[in-house]
Design a protein around this ligand. Structure first.
Ligand SMILES: [Fe+2]
Ligand SMILES: [Fe+2]
Length: 188
């Protein structure tokens, strides 16, 4: 199915960001400088691509169809699972941003700890979250939603993608990801 295939591909891109985040944190632990500009780019990708662009499609389109048409189990899975994890991801990113600002003003080790804590909290949460979606939530949706509903999801997702494309969302953030990946993930 177009929409689920697309969202799984987006997960691969988010997992690339997670590798960047982990390698950037390892560099700090190995005694390297905190590259504030690069961490700001990671935050931008997490907020605008992983959250607004990807979680946006899940929340507004796929998950909303699942809670409307798949009963109690889907409602629990989405409202008490996936959506809570999206919120927790936002919290980790804002903790990372706060520590980064504090470190920028006053480069103390305690703020470095906050940067690593926020970044790794996000990385670990999203890794588990993506695994659950790829292997349980998306497969559950594809198996149980009617073909009419699946088609209506595809129509809405295509429209969402078209709008984002017109605003060059994919181009901009995949460009940032490419730049970060070549810096932090080559030969690793
Ligand atoms: Fe999600
Ligand atoms: Fe997802």
């Amino acid at each position: 199915m177009y929409s689920i295939d697309l969202m799984v591909k987006e997960h691969d891109n988010i997992l690339k960001l997670i590798n960047v985040i982990k390698n950037a944190c390892c560099e700090i632990l190995d005694g390297g400088e905190v590259n504030i500009e690069d961490f700001e780019k990671m935050i931008q990708f997490a907020r605008n691509y992983a959250d607004k662009h990807h979680h946006g499609k899940e929340e507004i389109i796929l998950f909303s169809k699942m809670t409307q048409h798949l009963g109690n189990l889907a409602e629990k899975l989405i409202n008490h699972g996936m959506l809570v994890e999206h919120d927790l991801g936002r919290l980790h990113i804002s903790e990372l941003e706060t520590s980064l600002k504090q470190y920028k003003d006053d480069p103390k080790t305690i703020y470095k700890l906050g940067i690593i804590g926020g970044a790794i909290g996000y990385a670990n949460l999203l890794t588990r979250h993506i695994d659950k979606e790829n292997n349980a939530v998306f497969t559950f949706a594809e198996k149980n939603l009617s073909s009419e509903i699946l088609e209506s999801i595809d129509v809405l997702v295509k429209d969402f993608e078209k709008n984002a494309h017109e605003q060059r969302v994919q181009e901009k953030y995949l460009g940032i990801l490419e730049e970060l990946t070549s810096k932090y993930c080559s030969n690793k």
